[in-house]
Design a protein around this ligand. Structure first.
Ligand code: UD1
Length: 370
């Protein structure tokens, strides 16, 4: 019997691991799959709600690290995860995405000589001021097995000296979750509850430090959303970081009095999929939403100068907008929305990435002939 630990920490990790856990169930006589939650995200709406929506089993270990500076958070995960690894003695540790928990768990496992697999490896924005870019580069540098979602990831890893035999192009486990949840999402009542009509509202998410930590910049974003709300409803589920910063701008009362601008708490996965799938367009600085809108065929304006997910622009429905007031207003007014007529679904984003990964892991662990 082999033991595998998958590590989750922050909101975008949960949908990447849920389908992996389901796929491992097929091999439960040979592989014990354990989920460890670092507790990087801890609010019920940022974490628990996702376990329910994704029908994911509770984590066996919850490390409760919480918030802190990058080093503090990374270090706390390392200290706590080291104890788990020593106790559990896993044969493989799986990390996903690019959050601080990803890097922390990868370093910890490698220093205990435990092999590491990275899901969503190889993505590069080229912007080393993004903490996630540092997490991606450092995780890939030490991981043994690299599962990539798009071909650019493969090329980036080769350019960084990784061997071809350690890289596996398997598709996108986040899209596995999306496709598995769409039937449920279609039945969600959230659009009725919020009085949203299909194709008549914009959906916004914003949480990157580069967009929300500067008070003046954030106030400018609010003005843009207010402008947008003159012509349509705007739905804005707010990340706790962004909420704290909006409160500090003193603009909260003004926003709340705007009937067309819905400021909401972070939404659950199923409701969010529903709201995203029926939006006229999405404005975001998220990584995963660029991919999800690509599959849903919803125009996405990404408020960033770079993306680590170029396939979403090449064949998807995504467009980068340098996040200045002038650029965003132009994009809205001149309807510079990405043309979605010719979009297509990226290769292998077919809902079966997790099955491919688990099959490869099964082989890598030498279980094929057992
Ligand atoms: C993290 C990830 C980012 C990902 C995002 C998704 C890193 C470096 N960043 O950013 O890649 O896109 O998650 O949401 O790992 N907070 C709460 N409750 C929570 C979680 C956070 O109130 O449950 C607040 C805290 O004040 C915290 C702040 O949000 O300081 C930021 O949380 P943190 O986990 O440090 O980074 P995110 O901005 O969420």
């Amino acid at each position: 019997m082999k033991k595998i630990i998958s590590v989750v920490g922050a909101r975008p990790n949960f949908m990447k691991v849920a389908p992996i856990d389901r796929a491992f169930a097929r091999y439960k006589d040979k592989i014990e799959h354990i989920i460890v939650h670092t507790g990087q995200h801890y609010d019920a709406k940022m974490s628990d709600a996702f376990f329910q929506d994704l029908e994911m089993p509770n984590p066996k270990h919850f490390l409760g690290v919480g918030s802190g500076s990058h080093s503090e958070q990374t270090a706390k995960v390392m200290v706590a995860f080291e104890k788990v690894c020593i106790d559990e003695k896993p044969d493989l540790v799986i990390v996903v995405g690019d959050v601080n928990s990803t890097l922390a768990a990868a370093i910890t496992a490698k220093k205990l000589l435990i092999p590491v697999a990275h899901i969503e490896a190889g993505l590069r924005s080229g912007d080393r001021e993004m903490p996630e870019e540092i997490n991606r580069i450092a995780t890939d540098a030490i991981a043994d097995y690299l599962f990539v979602t798009e071909k650019s990831g493969h090329q980036n890893l080769i350019n960084e000296g990784k061997s071809n035999s350690s890289i596996f192009f398997v598709g996108n486990t986040m899209i596995d979750s999306l496709l598995a949840a769409m039937e449920k999402a279609e039945k969600s009542n959230i659009c009725n509850e919020l009085a949203l009509s299909k194709g008549e509202y914009a959906l916004i998410t914003l949480h990157r430090p580069s967009n929300v930590d500067d008070k003046d910049k954030l106030a400018e974003f609010i003005e843009i959303f207010e402008y947008l709300s003159k012509s349509r409803k705007v739905v804005f589920p707010i990340h706790p970081r962004t909420m704290k910063n909006i409160e500090a701008t003193g603009l909260i009362d003004r926003i709340k009095s705007n009937a067309n601008l819905h400021l909401l708490e972070p939404m659950g996965y199923i409701d969010f999929l529903k709201v995203m799938s029926e939006a006229d367009f999405v404005m975001t600085d998220s990584g995963g939403i660029q991919e999800e809108t690509t599959v849903l065929g919803v125009p996405c304006l990404t408020l960033r100068t770079t993306t680590e997910r170029p396939i979403t622009i090449e064949i998807g429905t995504n467009k980068l907008i340098q996040p200045t007031k002038l650029n965003i207003l132009r994009a809205i007014d001149e309807a510079l929305l990405p043309n979605i007529a010719n979009h297509s679904i990226p290769e292998l984003w077919d809902g079966k990435a997790s099955e491919r990964i688990v099959k490869i892991v099964h082989k890598l662990l030498g279980l094929e002939n057992e």
